[in-house]
Write a protein that binds this ligand. Structure first.
Ligand SMILES: [Zn+2]
Length: 252
């Protein structure tokens, strides 16, 4: 079975929750039989470094050391506009697998044509996936992601946290747009995963935990407890994200 966490965070000591070394994380993954994690810099509303330069550099280092265990998404603050596009280009060329946006954290609408679309253009050109934090009624409402997906059908886009309480919107956007997926971290419960499989299809659902803020055990259990087939569980727990990452690799 392929077991990959599609949404985690990773920062070095003092800059993120422990465990703070790749070796500690690999030990943890080995103990539970996890193959790899998609990871990105920690939550940071008022960050010591709004550019994320240092946080992304740390993840790049980790990825280069253990390329089969960590798939990094560069965190980009789009308010830097031209500089943000340049940063996205730099990180993607260095080997990041895509970009993570946090529209609420940094106060920009997820579908901003001025701030987000120029970065999406870069991802379209260089290849990669885009993960959006979602779940609040303003900047990170999941329906805004539908607008982005409509403009960039070639980019795999992940609706983080399955839209939290707006899960029906998240599920419908994933149903409407071929390139949209939902991740299960901090989702509302087992029934939400069942609904997502029923309406959007198991191929569109990615197991994730938001580790270390979230719990790998709890979020894995949500998938295991869902009333869906064994095949669907396998897709959700790793095969789907593996397929998406393999596609990115092929295009590069
Ligand atoms: Zn996150």
């Amino acid at each position: 079975m392929v077991y990959i966490d599609a949404h985690t965070h990773f920062g070095k000591k003092g800059k993120g929750l422990p465990p703070n070394t790749p070796e500690e994380r690999i030990k943890m993954m080995d103990e539970i039989g996890m193959d790899a994690m998609v990871t990105t810099p920690p939550y940071a509303s008022i960050s010591y470094d709004r550019t994320y330069d240092e946080a992304n550099a740390f993840i790049l280092e980790v990825m280069q050391k253990y390329p089969d265990r960590f798939y990094g998404l560069a965190r980009i603050n789009p308010h830097f506009r031209k500089k943000a596009v340049e940063r996205a280009e730099k990180w993607l060329k260095k080997g990041f697998w895509g970009i993570k946006f946090h529209p609420r954290n940094e106060a920009f609408p997820a579908n901003s044509k001025e701030l987000v679309f120029p970065i999406m253009e870069k991802v379209k050109e260089l290849g990669g996936i885009v993960l959006f934090h979602t779940g609040e009624p303003d900047f990170s409402h999941p329906t805004l992601i539908g607008d982005v997906a409509d403009h960039f059908p070639e980019i795999p886009i992940i609706i983080g946290h399955l839209g939290k309480i707006y899960y029906m919107d998240a599920i419908l956007v994933a149903k409407w747009f071929d390139n949209v997926f939902v991740d299960t971290s901090f989702c509302q419960g087992v029934h939400v995963i069942e609904k997502a499989v029923e309406i959007a299809g198991a191929e569109k659902v990615l197991y994730a935990s938001d580790y270390p803020q979230g719990s790998i055990e709890l979020d894995t259990m949500k998938v295991q407890l869902a009333d869906i087939s064994k095949r669907d569980k396998e897709l959700i727990l790793g095969r789907n994200i593996k397929r998406i990452l393999d596609e990115v690799k092929k295009k590069r």
